[in-house]
Design a protein. Sequence first.
Length: 211
Amino acid sequence: MAAPAQTIGPLFREKRGVEVLIDLGGSETLLPRILAGAPGDVFICHDPFEQKVKEAGRWAGSTRVGLLKPVLLARPGNPLNLKSVHDLTNRNLRIGIGDPRYSTCGALFVELLAKKGLQNEVMKQVVLQGRTHAEIANGLILGSLDAVVVWKYVARLYEGKVQLVPTADSYPEVNVTVVGLRQSPHPELRDAFLELCRSEQVKTIFAQHGY
C-alpha cells in the first residue's frame, strides 16, 4: 500500500500543516512492532491484521479504503496463452507465488487450487515462493518465471512489463484498512487522518492504484 500512502501523506500535510512519516513494510512485518508498542499513529494493512490489532487492545478506530484480490500475471502478450488456473498444470511452466506461510495472497491461491483439485499438479510447477510481491514480479519481468499469482495492484505497479490474465476464479474478500492505533502520540491528528481516509477522494486514490 506504499504508493497510495505516499499520495495521501502530502494531502494531509496540506490540510493540517504536519509532515507524514511513512514506515514501509509488509503488514506481517509491521504488526509485531505495533504490538510491541511502537509509537505509530495509523497502520495501513490488509485482512486479517486489523483483527489482530483489535485483539491486542491497540485499536482506535478504522476505515476501509480498498480491496485486494489475487490475480494471474503473464509476460506482455501472454505468449503461453494462459486463460485460467487450469492452464498452470502445464509441466513446462515456471510459476511464482507468495509463500503461503507468510503471504495471504499465496495462502488464498493454494486454497483455491485445493478446492479445484489442482493443488498437486500446479504446485509441482511452482519454482518460487517469495516473501515480497516485488521479488515475484521481477522474476516474471526478468524471464525466470512464466506466470505469477500476486495482488492485483502489482499489475498496475508494473504496467507495460506484465499482463493481467482475466480469470473467473473467486477469492474471499480481502479488505485494505487504515487503522488508528491506541498508542498514538498524536491522537487528534490520528483521528483527523482517519477522517481524511473516509473520504471518496482517498478511496479513489486506492482504486487508481489497483486496490
